[in-house]
Design a protein around this ligand. Structure first.
Ligand SMILES: [Zn+2]
Length: 275
């Protein structure tokens, strides 16, 4: 699942290459992910231009010059891919859902949206109706939103019960963190993923807030350099614990543990993150 570090960079790359370029072709191959009638989707985008492309939580928002927004919730597997050029893959992927072509100064530039499981959800709404987009309208502040300072974070955390990892991946609590980066954040904070929030001291709550900021910013920089223009890639090899079961912990050398409650893989170090 793409999370803040990757999505932030992908939004920037898409904005750099697509902004201000008219859409000259809209081809819908698998309408299942598109949450409006196919004809409305095509008519709404054909001839339009994206003025900016931003990210909030795990959503990518394409703001058009028609006061509408293409909102993309990639869920587990959705991703974009260039269809041509040095970074592109010309052969269409079997699970391509739709393709957009843009008029570029050097010819035609294309992106396709691919989704192996068709779980992603695509909306095209008037910009004033963004609050009608499901999931987006319920999400809490973005984890890297400047407005989410330490005080705000601690205030929100006091309202949550249950295990700390469950809160981190809950977009209603804070948006943009998924399974991979929640493991990394908890490793950096030295907190066991199944710790109940009610048992966390004030000091450890502050540590958790700092670990969120530090981990996401650290990873965003690496993800940006590893992804480059390959917007369909999701580099994760550099992570410390997530999916590194059996490998030595980078802090203490003990093997990384992995469990999968509710089929969600959770990786952590039993020595550095005692329960
Ligand atoms: Zn360790």
């Amino acid at each position: 699942m793409p999370e803040i570090p990757e999505l932030q960079h992908i939004a920037r790359v898409l904005a750099n290459r697509l902004s201000g370029r008219p859409i000259i072709n809209v081809d819908v191959q698998k309408p299942i992910v598109i949450r409006l009638p196919r004809e409305d989707f095509v008519a709404g985008l054909l001839g339009a231009e994206f003025q900016s492309i931003t990210r909030t939580g795990k959503f990518l928002l394409f703001h058009t010059n028609r006061d509408s927004i293409l909102a993309v919730n990639p869920m587990l597997n959705g991703r974009f891919q260039w269809t041509s050029g040095p970074d592109g893959v010309e052969k269409p992927h079997a699970r391509t859902c739709f393709t957009l072509q843009f008029q570029d100064s050097e010819g035609v530039l294309g992106i396709r949206y691919i989704d192996e499981r068709y779980l992603g959800k695509i909306y095209l709404v008037d910009q004033h109706n963004l609050d009608q987009v499901p999931v987006l309208n319920e999400q809490g502040p973005d984890a890297l939103d400047g407005a989410l300072d330490q005080d705000q974070f601690l205030k929100r955390l006091r309202r949550y019960r249950g295990q700390v990892k469950n809160a981190l991946v809950n977009a209603k609590f804070i948006a943009g963190i998924g399974n991979a980066y929640s493991d990394e954040i908890l490793f950096n904070a030295g907190i066991h993923p199944f710790t109940r929030i009610s048992t966390l001291s004030e000091e450890r709550r502050v540590k958790l807030y700092e670990a969120i900021q530090e981990t996401l910013n650290w990873a965003a920089e690496i993800a940006a350099s590893e992804i480059g223009q390959r917007i369909d890639s999701k580099p994760r090899d550099f992570l410390n614990v997530h999916r590194k079961a059996g490998e030595p912990c980078p802090k203490c050398g003990n093997p990384i543990s992995e469990v999968a409650p509710n089929r969600r893989i959770t990786s952590f170090c039993r020595a550095c993150q005692p329960n």
